[in-house]
Write a protein that binds this ligand. Structure first.
Ligand code: UDP
Length: 324
């Protein structure tokens, strides 16, 4: 099989590449290296079934060339991370919408199957926990840049299902909930690599607000296993799935757990996120998925606990230059 992975040099994309880069498979990656990095894929570079194209999904002609020769497309390329979205509001909207449109359009033209990575962020400020796939989307106002990400990914989903209906595009949408693991950078705001790096350097660990907000963190290995199983199921096409863990933890407890795991002398401080991002920043209070839909279809059940995840990230960050 020939696979195209958009965003294959990113954190999740590089794990997917690693998983399917075996045997007879041939992998094509397109990545503009805006958040991805060559170091994520350097160990595949000398393999003759790995082909890297440093280019953007805004370039329809390269998409045409690559998608035509592949059997399946994983669309992971996006502007991600709260920090990056806040700092690049124009790119976030344009790349996430127009880029996804380009990918979906070419897949539809050539009848290629596609998995589209979406996000739990699309539930926005919905407080009806746990989130079911058919829940309403409640997004903050358009002056608050954070919500543009949720909005663009929701548009991607609308587009995907529009193509499914109108052009019979075989598409699956997976909503990833806070996915973490080795190779995730702290540069775009993701809390676990940030806390680990702060703790390892004995710097203050910056809990936003009072730290009572919660998240369910899932290991990237569990997500990748789920994605690979899903694409093999005919019933999954034309559907959207929550993909994540149901183990809920408050950000304050997370900070203490990471401080413990690193034996750090860091102080845990409570900061107003508006001073870190910009005025008017809004957080989600709770985010917990209902995963019965994907569990019923493929037996999805994350194996890594939050302690396993922290241990794995810590080992990775310590062994890399990213500890500094
Ligand atoms: N967070 C925090 N301190 C940080 C970075 C993030 O307290 O230095 C919080 C953030 O406000 C959110 C949670 O950690 O409630 C997860 O943030 P992240 O940006 O990783 O992902 P999100 O779930 O917000 O997309």
């Amino acid at each position: 099989m020939k696979y195209l992975i958009t965003g294959g040099c990113g954190f999740i994309g590089s794990h997917l590449t690693e998983k399917i880069l075996s045997g007879e498979n041939e992998i094509f990656v397109i990545d503009d290296l805006s958040t991805g990095s060559l170091s994520n894929v350097e160990k595949f570079m000398d393999k003759k079934n790995f082909h890297l194209f440093i280019d953007t999904i805004m370039n329809s002609s390269i998409l045409e060339e690559l998608i035509k020769k592949c059997d399946f497309v994983f669309h992971l390329a996006a502007v991600v991370g709260v920090k990056r979205v806040m700092e690049n509001p124009v790119d976030s909207v344009i790349i996430n919408v127009e880029g996804s449109y380009n990918v979906l359009k070419v897949c539809a033209r050539h009848g290629k199957k596609i998995f589209l990575a979406s996000t739990s962020e699309v539930y926005g400020k919905n407080e009806n926990i746990p989130f079911m796939e058919d829940a309403d989307i409640i997004i903050g106002n358009t002056k608050k840049k954070r919500w543009s990400y949720a909005c663009t990914k929701a548009i991607d989903e609308f587009l995907a299902f529009a193509f499914f209906e109108e052009k019979k595009l075989p598409v699956i949408v997976g909503r990833f909930f806070n996915t973490v693991g080795p190779r995730q950078s702290d540069r775009y705001g993701m809390v676990i690599p940030r806390f680990i790096k702060q703790a390892l350097n004995n710097l203050p660990m910056t809990v936003f607000g009072k730290g009572g907000q919660t998240r369910c963190f899932v290991h990237v290995g569990d997500i990748i296993e789920g994605v690979v199983k899903l694409i093999g199921k005919d019933e999954a096409y034309g559907e959207v799935f929550n993909m994540g863990s149901t183990e809920e933890i408050s950000i304050k407890d997370l900070a203490y757990m990471i401080k413990d795991a690193t034996r750090s002398s860091s102080e845990i401080i409570f900061v107003n996120p508006e001073t870190v991002y910009s005025k008017g920043f809004e957080d989600m209070n709770r985010r917990v998925p209902d995963i019965s839909k994907i569990r019923n279809l493929i037996g999805f059940s994350p194996r890594f606990t939050i302690r396993d995840i922290i241990a794995d990230c810590l080992k990775d960050i310590k062994s890399s230059a990213r500890a500094q």
